[in-house]
Write a protein that binds this ligand. Structure first.
Ligand SMILES: NC(=O)c1ccc[n+]([C@@H]2O[C@H](COP(=O)([O-])OP(=O)(O)OC[C@H]3O[C@@H](n4cnc5c(N)ncnc54)[C@H](OP(=O)(O)O)[C@@H]3O)[C@@H](O)[C@H]2O)c1
Length: 260
């Protein structure tokens, strides 16, 4: 991939940083969307030191703040001519205190907010823009980075977790919260969202949502194919983020291989 405009969320470290560096090296115009300005600038400097002609810039984005997400989207659309790829990579495993969920200033559970709701809102705000680019460059892509642990039956937990409860997705009901369940829910929501999004844009002639594991199309958890759950989540997410339901397509990745 070369010559594309690409946003990578959570690009200040880890996978997001490596993805950004790889894409910049390949001749793409990469926007590192990060919540910490200093870390973001450090990341840009590191990439530019290694690849002086790299087209990289940082922009502020806190996925736990709807105003930050809205400002980011507005600013991005003002400054760039197109958007080929949105990589929803940022993620956090937030441990609540005393078995209670940690909440954002907007009252959302932190794992769900940073890993899922924030990306849901961001994706919707940039959707038209992605779609317009697709009419010029033939395609655009949305990539959601998820995790193997979106499956309730996972080695990571040492024991099985609960299915996603459509009436208690953020585990805010008394005595239902555990940090691992919250993280699992947030990552499952990314996969459910990926499939539902693809379904919503069928008519738009966009590549349908796929799940990749170790760089290959694969099967996600049984729960993620539950159409009723996908619908409930969509409805709930629109309500939480104040979006009126829209469309786009995407892919969910766990263990993204940079060579793929
Ligand atoms: N590492 C693994 O073994 C593994 C396995 C499966 C899936 N994943 C997934 O892969 C993705 C990247 O993980 P990683 O290991 O590279 O993690 P990481 O090194 O901890 O990086 C996470 C990035 O997300 C950013 N971030 C967190 N909350 C944010 C928010 N509210 N707004 C904006 N940015 C935020 C962090 O910013 P700050 O620097 O400001 O904290 C950081 O840049 C995540 O989605 C993770 O769930 C990781």
């Amino acid at each position: 991939m070369t010559g594309k405009v690409i946003i990578v969320t959570g690009a200040s470290s880890g996978l997001g940083f490596e993805i950004s560096k790889y894409l910049a090296e390949g001749g793409n115009d990469v926007v590192l969307a990060c919540r910490d300005k200093e870390k973001a600038e450090d990341a840009v400097t590191k990439i530019k030191t290694q690849y002086p002609s790299a087209l990289v810039q940082s922009m502020e984005l806190d996925l736990c703040s709807s105003s930050s997400i809205r400002n980011f989207s507005k600013e991005f659309m003002r400054s760039k001519r197109k958007l080929n790829v949105l990589i929803n990579n940022a993620g956090a495993f937030v441990k609540g205190k005393n078995h209670s969920p940690e909440l954002t200033s907007e009252g959302l559970e932190c794992n769900m907010s940073s890993n899922y709701f924030g990306h849901f809102l961001l994706t919707h705000l940039l959707l038209d823009y992605l779609s317009q680019t697709a009419t010029i460059d033939e395609e655009s892509r949305i990539i959601n980075i998820t995790c193997r642990s979106h499956n309730k039956i996972g080695r990571w937990y040492q024991k099985d977790l609960e299915s996603l409860d459509p009436n208690n997705m953020q585990l805010l009901k008394m005595d239902t919260y555990t940090d691992k369940q919250a993280y699992k829910n947030s990552k499952l929501c990314s996969v459910l969202f990926t499939y539902k999004l693809a379904d919503e844009v069928k008519a738009e002639n966009v590549t349908p949502g796929k799940y990749y594991k170790n760089g290959r199309p694969s099967r996600s958890s049984l729960e993620s194919y539950d159409l009723e759950l996908q619908r409930s989540l969509w409805k709930n997410s629109c309500k939480v983020t104040g979006i009126r339901g829209s469309m786009a397509a995407g892919a969910a990745f766990d263990n993204l291989s940079l060579k793929d």
